[in-house]
Design a protein around this ligand. Sequence first.
Ligand code: DQA
Length: 174
Amino acid sequence: MALRDPGTTPVVNILVLHGPNLNLLGARETDVYGTATLATINGDMALLARELGVEVTIRQSNVEGELVDWIQQARGRHDALVINPGAYTHTSIALRDAVAGVGIPTVEVHLSNLYRREEFRRHSYIAGVAIGQISGFGADSYPLGLRAAVAHLRAQQTSAQNSRNEPEEGARRQ
Ligand code: DQA
């Protein structure tokens, strides 16, 4: 887990980004995306974050460049990114480059199952630079994504602690 404030208890802050048209959730193609609104999803994420002992910062934008700016600014501020890039999933090399550029562990989430829909939704520019992708669980994809990000950070922290506790190669032989 990245320790952004050495000397104090590490505060883990996860950035949650929603891409274009996700502000319309609850009213938009409810047969595909369900009836939960973005406000409900965000409220549930905040509650889950408290339960998991982490902080979340949640933002939505319909503007590709704004999402790129937020991803760039995440370096040093956020430990992981949970992102539903919406339609930019299938079009945006800029978002992929931003994720790759900041090197923050990223979980890609989608409400719908991309692989059961139109052919053009089957390709994600983000998947190749993400830890993994959660797709098809409706509004539950978000809490699953948050849990995956936290589990990843905790596993990283455990392996960093284990390697600090391991005796040096030379010391082991003596
Ligand atoms: C989506 C899937 C995308 O293909 C679509 O453009 C969206 C939502 C999802 O959450 O299922 O806007 O990302």
